[in-house]
Design a protein around this ligand. Structure first.
Ligand code: SAM
Length: 243
């Protein structure tokens, strides 16, 4: 199991509470910094991940750790489902998602709720698909979080998880480490209200059990047909599995 990396080293509170506070603090600059620091590649990664569901044609989708809603908006655009519910533990992030939903007039198909992946407030076997982008590495208890996502999936339903991973080959590994450890925290410090958030980012990626270690964990909690593939030299990975 990954080391429990928290955003604020000087605080004794649980990881979940710290993560929620951190995302509340950065919610207003989150979208801008995401696209700026990834040079817009995060949008391509989200699209690629959502396309994993094209042949499944899911109608009821749960987007966990929905944040400001960008992964769910991609799913709406590409898959045209009947309904997407987004849950997140950060009220601040959901407020931004709600503003975007209203502005884009998507309130009939996209709804957001405060909720925790480790204790989802839905019945067993509710959704055709469950999606998470850049969320799982923030879970306090990763195993519990992905197990509860499996519980709410319908039998045969599919999970799609997009998460940062660690490039392993020269020179991408070295460039990536430099960018993530020096450039991102500096840009984060300048533009966001929370300087810890962008130091926590590389630390949480470092501690995350990526690649086969993650598909093994998915299988351990009961997912079937688990697969993973890396994107852009291994900076990001897509994981899928069925119930
Ligand atoms: C990096 S953001 C990703 C947001 C969005 N999915 C995207 O693609 O931009 C991670 C989100 O995970 C949420 N989160 C972390 N732990 C969570 C949990 N246990 N349950 C629900 N949401 C969680 C955070 O509040 C934050 O909004």
């Amino acid at each position: 199991m990954a080391e429990n990396i928290t955003p604020y080293k000087d605080q004794q509170t649980a990881k979940k509470e710290q993560v929620a506070n951190m995302f509340n603090n950065i919610s207003k600059t989150y979208d801008f910094l995401n696209h700026f620091m990834s040079l817009g590649i995060d949008i391509i990664w989200r699209k690629k991940a959502i396309k994993e569901l094209l042949t499944d044609k899911p109608q009821e989708i749960l987007d966990v750790a929905t944040g400001t809603g960008d992964f769910a908006f991609e799913a709406l655009e590409i898959l045209k489902p009947k309904k997407i519910i987004g849950v997140d533990i950060s009220r601040g992030m959901l407020d931004i998602a709600q503003e975007k939903i209203t502005k884009r007039k998507k309130q009939d198909v996209f709804e957001v709720r405060l909720g925790d992946s480790e204790k989802l407030l839905f019945d067993d076997n509710t959704f055709d698909a469950v999606t998470v982008a850049y969320g799982v590495r923030n879970y306090e208890n990763l195993e519990k979080g992905i197990a509860d996502m499996l519980r709410v999936l319908k039998p045969g339903g599919k999970v799609v998880i997009l998460e940062f991973s660690k490039p392993r080959n020269f020179p991408i590994k070295q460039l990536y480490n430099f960018y993530f450890h020096y450039i991102t925290p500096t840009i984060g410090k300048i533009f966001s209200k929370d300087s810890s958030a962008y130091s926590y980012l590389p630390e949480s990626v470092e501690a995350f059990p990526d690649g086969e270690r993650f598909t093994s964990l998915m299988e351990k909690v009961g997912y079937k047909n688990t697969k993973w593939r890396s994107l852009t030299f291994g900076i990001c990975s897509i994981y899928t599995g069925n119930k």
